[in-house]
Design a protein around this ligand. Structure first.
Ligand code: GLA
Length: 729
């Protein structure tokens, strides 16, 4: 059993294969956080908390004689509010008398088999593997509010998930103003934070900063997990590297507004609180009801690589679902960068015919296939084919594409509506718009109110109709603007603060209904590229379009940042044209393929314009991808270069689980005359095994890992190479 309760010390202990998490119900029944980190063989971690005077920090009423006891310095599992802990807090509620104070003290706990689920929200699931749940109930007696803290302990994966349920046990309505999912405390040590910021076309750029005294905030209020701040952070010790040092990951499984606050306090303790963004949040908690917060996935590991591996495993095995979970993903061609809105059936079939000849497996028809969609000014919401471009609708096109031996995929943007659409003309009140105001426009479109059931039913019917009547294997679900003017026409004034979260409850409900009704369809998430790249979306779509920037050199950094939290299988990456449409940069076809081959692989360019040599090269790339796909998909991923190296080169490695096969990929971004070599140390091999290196020589795994490998003569325009290493003995 991975969860124990020690009666004598009143400690609750969670254990995974390599980590341990401890809390204690203290003498005043506050739930004190004691420890999270490597398993150390010692079970009682109360000893570092020596008692000393806390000066200007006050004491709870029942501990007023003990100046050493203060909530303001005590590490806690979930905070109280307004009663003497002046650091960042997890929960704020206001009551009918106008007060807001709350003291959450321990009431009971329960240990159960398996993993808890969260009603209406995506969460990590168990596969009947070694998973247990701890539920601890805390309560504030004066307000009759209780908080149930859930801990899902995935013993084999070194993962602990957390969520909180807030329950109104009183007989008056309570207004929740903040309800975070988790509070993680690191009372000792010196820490850096790594977070993943960005913008459209430059998502998930890692930034590592030492914590300063004060509060760091990483958040999105854009109604999407966002290009700007991914809901994922790492806290690592100052000296942590890929291979060593304490690393804590906190990843929120949520696609809407989020907020992470990390405070380095007066006593040098660190408190990290992650959850819904409270700025746009106000929830009416009626008597007898409860509110569930989204899930946060925690891990601890030595070194950033292991931390990433923990996330890669849990996402691949316990987040992603469905038929494509761990199986071959079709190599696709997408027509967006080939044609944009300017196509007809003939042009599409020409591209598809070329794709089939080159060995591709799926043709994706992107934006522009529905009525009035000749640019981005009209059409969203009216999901019926444009008979000018497709005279016989989707049916004949799909038949032609299937006849070429290809599967067919389709782009949709369900949550959006154009002002110039029949849907908007019929239901202007379905769009999020604030009374008396002209809404902000983005890409000429408005956002449908996903908190409304009638909107969701319309979308379910419209999308089901398309999927039922056509042989469609793949859907790219796009989302191309942030949420502004967030006001629901079907919600009373006092409940408008619930709309941002109810939007996502609606989004998840619709996604669940569709994936349930069409289990054979592979869904790919997208939001202006990677603006909604999060574990919430991955619960429904096994892969996400990583960025609208398809320049392989920009992608190196985007995919590098993405790899800290998300596995390669989830990263959709395509070979596109050169010069690149976003940056104008010219790169070799081989470099574009090496970069795209790190994820869910595909092409996005006009294949009919390729030379014969380029066609031959693409055939060889596809053959190669099919040979190495299982290592990319099922193996372990290692970053062999770091951000400092990336001005010169980026190098990464995939190693099969049994360590018998390894593929090292390198792209040189700044070839140096008279120093055209790159030396890297390999990782993850069997030190005692003999490997054949690129078919050139044989060498022990230990040598490749300790003494490294030298890539020679990497000159030219962004040269790239893949090196195969195979165990011979
Ligand atoms: C977004 C997507 C692109 C493409 C366009 C179509 O920007 O990220 O891949 O589908 O929309 O409008």
């Amino acid at each position: 059993m991975s969860i124990h309760y020690d009666e004598k010390t009143r400690q609750l202990i969670l254990e995974t294969r390599n980590t341990c998490y401890q809390m204690r119900i203290d003498e005043t029944r506050y739930l004190k956080h004691l420890y999270y980190g490597p398993k150390l063989g010692q079970t009682d971690m109360t000893y570092p908390f020596r008692i000393y005077d806390r000066g200007f920090s006050g004491n709870p009423y029942d501990m007023q004689d003990n100046r050493a006891y203060s909530l303001d310095s005590m590490p806690q599992e979930y905070t109280s509010y307004g009663v003497g802990d002046f650091r960042i807090n997890t929960i704020t509620a206001s009551y009918s008398d106008g007060s807001r104070c709350a003291e959450y003290r321990y009431v009971s706990h329960e240990i159960t088999e398996g993993k808890y689920r969260i009603p209406g929200l995506p969460s990590v699931y168990d596969n009947g593997d070694n998973v247990h749940t701890l539920t601890v109930t805390l309560a504030d007696t004066a307000s009759n509010i209780s908080v149930r803290l859930y801990y899902g302990v995935f013993e084999d994966l070194d993962i602990i998930t957390r969520t909180a349920e807030i329950i109104n046990g009183g007989d008056e309505t309570v207004w929740l103003r903040k309800a975070a999912s988790v509070c993680l405390e690191l009372p000792f040590g010196k820490w850096d934070m790594i977070h993943f910021h960005g913008r459209h076309c430059m998502e998930r750029q890692p930034e590592r900063v030492p914590l300063f005294h004060g509060i760091h905030t990483i958040s999105s209020g854009r109604g999407m997990s966002s290009h700007q701040h991914n809901p994922f952070i790492v806290l690592c010790d100052r000296k942590a590297t890929e291979d060593s040092g304490s690393c804590y990951g906190m990843m929120m499984m949520y696609s809407g507004n989020h907020k992470t606050e990390v405070e380095l306090d007066q006593f040098d303790g660190v408190r990290a609180v992650m959850g819904l963004n409270d700025e746009r949040f106000r929830w009416e908690l009626m008597p007898g009801t409860s509110f569930h917060t989204p899930e946060v996935i925690l891990t601890y590991a030595e070194g950033l690589t292991r931390m990433s591996h923990n996330y890669h495993r849990v996402i691949n095995n316990n987040v992603v679902r469905g038929e494509y979970k761990l199986s071959h993903r079709p190599i696709l061609v997408n027509n967006w960068e080939a044609t944009y809105f300017d196509f007809n059936e003939e042009k599409l079939v020409e591209i598809a015919a070329k794709a089939a000849e080159l060995g591709m497996e799926l043709f994706v028809l992107d934006d522009g296939w529905f009525r009035n969609r000749n640019d981005d000014k009209a059409g969203l919401g009216d999901w019926t084919p444009d008979t000018q471009k497709l005279p016989d609708g989707l049916g004949r096109l799909i038949r032609k594409i299937n006849a070429l031996g290809l599967k067919f995929g389709l782009w949709i943007e369900p949550e959006m509506v154009s002002e110039n659409s029949d849907l908007y003309r019929r239901h202007p009140d379905w769009a999020l718009t604030a009374p008396g105001r002209a809404p902000m426009m983005a890409r000429n479109q408005l956002v449908l109110d996903m908190s409304r059931k009638d909107v969701r039913d319309y979308l379910f019917d419209a999308i089901s109709e398309i999927l039922k009547n056509n042989n469609i294997d793949y859907i790219k679900w796009d989302f191309n603007r942030p949420l502004s003017d967030v006001y629901s026409n079907s919600t009373p004034a006092e409940k408008q603060g619930e709309v941002p979260h109810r939007y996502y409850l609606g989004f998840y409900e619709l996604y669940e209904r569709l994936t349930d009704a069409f289990p054979h369809v592979l869904f790919e998430g997208c939001a202006g590229g990677g603006g909604r790249f999060d574990a919430g979306v991955l619960y429904y779509s096994p892969q996400i379009w990583c960025s609208d920037n398809t320049d392989p050199i920009s992608r190196l950094r985007i995919q590098y940042g993405t790899s800290f939290g998300y596995p390669q299988t989830t990263v959709a990456a395509h070979v596109s044209a050169s010069p690149n449409h976003q940056t104008g940069r010219r790169t070799p076809l081989s470099t574009r393929a090496v970069t795209a081959m790190t994820g869910a692989f595909g092409y996005e360019l006009d294949l009919t314009k390729l030379s014969e040599e380029e066609c031959d090269e693409i055939k060889a790339q596809i053959k190669r991808y099919k040979e190495v796909e299982d290592v990319i998909r099922d193996g372990d991923f290692y970053r062999l270069s770091d951000l400092e190296d990336s001005s010169r080169f980026v190098c990464w490695e995939h190693v099969s689980r049994d360590k018998s096969r390894c593929m090292v990929s390198i792209v040189v971004t700044d070839p140096l005359a008279n120093a055209a070599t790159v030396h890297v140390k390999l990782k993850g091999l069997d030190p005692e095994a003999l490997y054949s290196v690129g078919g050139e020589f044989e060498c022990l795994g230990s040598a490749l890992m300790e003494n490294g490998y030298t890539f020679m003569q990497l000159l030219g325009d962004y040269p790239a190479l893949q090196l195969d290493i195979c165990r011979v003995k």
